[in-house]
Design a protein around this ligand. Structure first.
Ligand code: NAD
Length: 330
């Protein structure tokens, strides 16, 4: 019989792509989401339980209704770095207490395997690139700290309750599904590629690159963009690793290569056939010059490898955003 997987935040961007991949691979899926940022329409063919991780009774009800859940993938969190610096309590509550409530619900139900969405923001500005999991953990935002705190909570629930986890530290999640059905519907767009596409669709008046005087070949910052469908397969590999007896561990998930802001702009020009100007603004405080992942641990231990590069990311994002200029209808 197919194993049943609970996906918190499954109506969000990365969650909905992972739900689709789980379904493709034959898993039984239950989604839990409060729909504060997610969209019901992003999930088809799986039950969506509308509830809030901050309400313990909501969490307990899921495990009571589905006593056969054998693993949890935990995406539900708030994700905006800027907002986290203005409303820290909102982030500590949702991203840390929400995780605690989930773990207590799992413990009571006897569920012992959790795949957690972490982030490269736990490293802050790394000393070395490519970034390995041994890099020092020095987050520079409340968002990053809240994710690191959740990782530490997970460590204690392993020691005390025997709940094993993987902390998947994503680099820059991007791209949309190849069939054009789902994509990054997060509003207001916060990531670079959706912001650029919103500009091309006339939904914002300008698109700014922050700084072109960095010590990189073209002067702009370099990041590691990883296709959301590659992230989706990594979660299933991580669950199988845990089900196979793997110990709790953190994994960097990136392609292992970086792209500069200017490279992205140039490839978007090629893909869309549009010629456009971009503005150059001041550097933003705290923006690292260049970050990309050393993904060898995920390759070796999880047997995972990314299949897509920047072109597929930009093509699928352009397809999704240009056909869904306002996201989902709900
Ligand atoms: N997008 C990125 O580039 C990126 C990078 C690193 C890590 N992450 C992590 O990946 C995860 C998913 O990110 P995303 O980009 O898909 O964000 P998203 O906002 O699209 O998805 C999060 C989902 O969780 C739901 N949610 C939030 N709080 C909840 C609560 N208390 N109870 C129930 N549901 C709740 C939201 O409604 C939403 O559907 C997050 O944990 C984030 O920190 C994202």
């Amino acid at each position: 019989m197919a194993r049943k997987v609970l996906v918190t935040g499954g109506c969000g961007y990365i969650g909905s792509h992972t739900v689709a991949e789980l379904q493709r691979q034959g898993y039984d899926v239950v989604v839990f989401d409060n729909l504060v940022k997610g969209h019901h329409a992003a999930v088809t063919g799986a039950p969506v339980i509308v509830g809030d991780l901050l309400i313990p009774a909501d969490v307990q009800a899921v495990f009571r209704a589905h006593p056969d859940i054998s693993g949890v993938i935990h995406f539900a969190a708030y994700i905006e770095v800027g907002e986290s610096m203005e409303q820290p309590g909102k982030y500590f509550q949702n991203n840390v207490q929400g995780c605690v409530n989930l773990l207590d619900g799992m413990d009571a139900a006897g569920v012992r395997h959790l795949v957690f969405s972490s982030t490269c923001a736990v490293y802050g500005t790394p000393q070395h690139v490519p970034v390995t999991e041994q890099e020092s953990l020095k987050p520079e935002s409340v968002y990053g700290v809240s994710k690191l705190m959740a990782e530490q909570v997970l460590g204690w629930y392993d020691r005390i309750k025997g709940i094993r986890h993987t902390a998947l530290r994503y680099f820059n999640a991007s791209g949309s599904s190849f069939d054009g059905r789902i994509g990054d519907a997060y509003k207001p767009a916060s990531r670079l590629v959706p912001r650029l596409i919103e500009y091309l669709l006339g939904q914002r008046t300008d698109f700014v690159i922050y700084g072109d005087d960095y010590p990189t070949p073209d002067g702009t910052c370099i990041r590691d963009y990883i296709h959301v469908d590659d992230l989706a397969t990594s979660h299933i590999a991580a669950l199988n690793y845990l089900w196979g007896g793997g110990e709790s561990m953190a994994f960097n998930l990136g392609t292992g290569a970086g792209s500069s802001n200017k490279e992205i702009v140039q490839m978007v020009r090629e893909i869309t056939g549009l010629d456009f100007k971009v503005a150059v603004g001041q550097r933003r405080p705290g923006d690292a010059t260049r970050i990309w992942a050393d993904n060898s641990r995920a390759r070796q231990v999880l047997g995972w490898s990314p299949r897509y590069g920047l072109r597929e990311i930009l093509e699928t994002d352009w397809q999704w955003h240009s056909t869904h200029p306002h996201g989902f209808d709900d």
